[in-house]
Design a protein around this ligand. Structure first.
Ligand code: SER
Length: 582
């Protein structure tokens, strides 16, 4: 049976047993306590609590889930075992006050052993220590004793508060040739016994104080990992050896032109896993960013790119792999194809922004690894990676953790604090001016015009992040998250030259910060200015809080020319420009 056929077999069975089949909900939950939909029950939380009506007394679906941040986080395990994923599909059936323990357990057993023909001898079940009822139902049905375990393994909740209850889990035994121990033993994390289905008897609500109260109904919430079912039914011990992942790994080989070997297989697995979480998340509307779920997606995407580089691949990766995901899973999830162009464009943008810094940062990291002593990388080295290459600390940590190396976080923080102190004192140094000769004064006024023109062309997201002027050139750093295209640079240059040609006088006014803001002045480092600030205006071309000095008239600048546009750090671009007749 293929991955898709198994999904269908589950849903068909549940439909035949009176369940209404519903589509998967979005990965973005309607629930402020969760970053992502982490389980099939998430969209039904309100139904359990009695605040929303049930779609039907019995419901089943295959739910898209991401577990890569917060309480449910499998990110670090991905690729290193065959069972965990950042994205997976959870097959689930629910009873909202309809059948309870007896019905749920009977259906699970019937589907597994009679329909899917799994040898009952291969199945092991666990129940909660408190749950005599479920334990007896299993005994009568199978003749076997359930293994009874505590809250850690057999009590389920999506978050710290909300619906919860005891669970009974079903494990598949891959046999003595595979290493691993029974659930509840020290070796339980081995590959031999794999949890394939969890039945939760949702009858309680936990409040913020940890107090349990009964829910309006006794409900059932079951969850079964489709990827694990595929492995079990296809006779392989790793999810990555199922038809779906074999196809995705093949696509990784095609896009990177690298042959998979035992040495590089982890990277193939991580990339194919991350393709699904990044692709599905963005299709559902997550935008990579520096906060919350956007950051989780950005991290996953960067980790995939990192593994692309491990394979020797440069440039676009997940954006080129996305069509393979659509062809594998688009039948069940039409949003993948519907959102294709947007998803690819979003991933491409991230990949472009991250590529250079990743490449350079990895080189430095590799150079530093042999210098690590005592299993901990010095904080200032990690900081240099961050500061110079925009290499996020958590990526450094992830890469090093794979080799058993820690990072000295206190040292990193100290280096960061020192850097802040340094930049504070250099900012007070005449607004970035090295001296006051005529050339630097011209370049300083040109910097204001450039700043204003960039905001006109690229939007008000552009903010000064640094300025440095020598007699030869100006250098201006600003926030912007992609390359500035040549036509945009030409436009910026044209605006500055128009301002010069307009021969506008530069006027300086002293005013309060509030008045300066009201007058539309831009300017940074507000906290370093006292109450009154100087605002330099060049007509309507530019108005900026600044310490001067400036030319008297823009015409003195001569010609303005951009020499270079490049990345300075993550999300920061750098322009170098000259004035005069050069
Ligand atoms: N919510 C439970 C789980 O995620 C069962 O669906 O395991």
């Amino acid at each position: 049976m293929t991955y898709s056929q198994i999904r269908k077999a589950f849903l068909d069975y549940m439909e035949q047993h009176g369940h209404k089949i519903v589509p998967s909900a979005s990965l973005i939950p309607d629930d402020p306590t969760l970053l992502f939909t982490v389980a099939g029950m998430v969209p039904f939380k309100g139904v359990f609590l009695g605040t929303e009506p049930a779609p039907a007394p019995r419901v089943a679906d295959s739910q898209k889930c991401i577990r890569a941040g917060g309480k449910h986080n499998d990110l670090e395990d991905v690729g290193f075992n065959g069972r965990h994923h950042t994205f997976f599909e959870m097959l689930g059936n629910w009873s909202f006050g309809d059948y309870f323990k007896q019905g749920a357990i009977e259906m699970s057993w019937d589907l597994l052993t009679n329909v899917l023909k799994i040898d009952p001898a291969r199945l092991v079940v666990t129940t909660h220590t408190s749950d005599d009822e479920a334990t007896e139902i299993w005994k009568k049905l199978t003749g076997k004793d359930a293994i009874r375990l505590g809250d850690k393994s057999n009590w389920w909740s999506a978050g710290d508060v909300g619906p919860c209850g005891p669970s009974t889990e079903i494990f598949y035994d891959y046999g003595p040739n595979v290493a691993g121990g029974l659930p509840g033993t020290p070796d339980e994390d081995g590959d031999r016994y794999v949890e394939i289905w969890n039945n939760v008897f949702m009858e309680f609500n936990r409040d913020a104080d940890g107090v349990l109260s009964p829910l309006p109904h006794k409900n059932v919430d079951t969850g079964a990992g489709l990827e694990r079912w595929a492995a079990m039914l296809q006779g392989v011990t790793s999810n990555y050896d199922t038809d779906l992942f074999v196809a995705l790994r093949r696509a990784v080989g095609e896009v990177t032109s690298v042959t998979e070997t035992p040495e590089n297989t982890v990277s193939f697995k991580i990339i194919s896993d991350h393709l699904r979480s990044v692709g599905f998340a963005i299709a559902d509307g997550v935008v990579p960013s520096n906060t919350e779920r956007g950051y989780v997606v950005r991290r996953i995407l960067r980790r995939a790119m990192r593994h692309g580089q491990v394979l020797g691949h440069r440039g676009a990766l997940l954006s080129r792999l996305y069509p393979a995901l659509v062809s594998q899973m688009g039948d069940a999830y039409p949003e993948l194809a519907r959102e294709q162009s947007r998803v690819i464009a979003t991933i491409e943008k991230e990949e472009r922004a991250f590529e250079d810094m990743l490449h350079n940062g990895l080189k430095l990291l590799e150079k530093e690894v042999p210098n690590v002593t005592g299993g901990t990388m010095a904080g200032d080295v990690a900081f240099k990676l961050y500061d110079t290459y925009g290499f996020p600390l958590d990526l450094t940590q992830t890469i090093l953790r794979e080799r058993g190396i820690d990072v000295d976080i206190a040292g990193f923080d100290a280096a960061m604090a020192e850097q802040k102190e340094r930049s504070r004192s250099s900012q007070t140094f005449k607004g970035g001016l090295a001296d006051h000769d005529t050339e630097t004064t011209k370049l300083h006024t040109a910097t204001h015009l450039l700043h204003a023109a960039l905001r006109k062309v690229l939007g008000n997201g552009v903010e000064q992040k640094g300025s440095n002027i020598t007699p030869e050139r100006l250098r201006f750093d600003f926030s912007f998250d992609r390359r500035v295209e040549p036509n945009e640079l030409a436009e910026v240059e044209r605006i500055v030259n128009d301002a010069i040609a307009a021969a506008v006088p530069i006027v300086c006014n002293e005013m309060s910060v509030a008045d300066a803001k009201a007058a539309g002045a831009i300017g940074l480092f507000e906290d370093k200015y006292g109450d009154a600030v100087m605002v330099y205006s060049a007509g309507d071309w530019s108005r900026e809080i600044c310490g001067g000095p400036h030319v008297a008239n823009t015409s003195e600048i001569g010609t303005f020319k951009i020499k270079k546009e490049e990345s300075s750090a993550a999300g920061i671009r750098r322009i170098k420009a000259v004035v005069g007749n050069s």
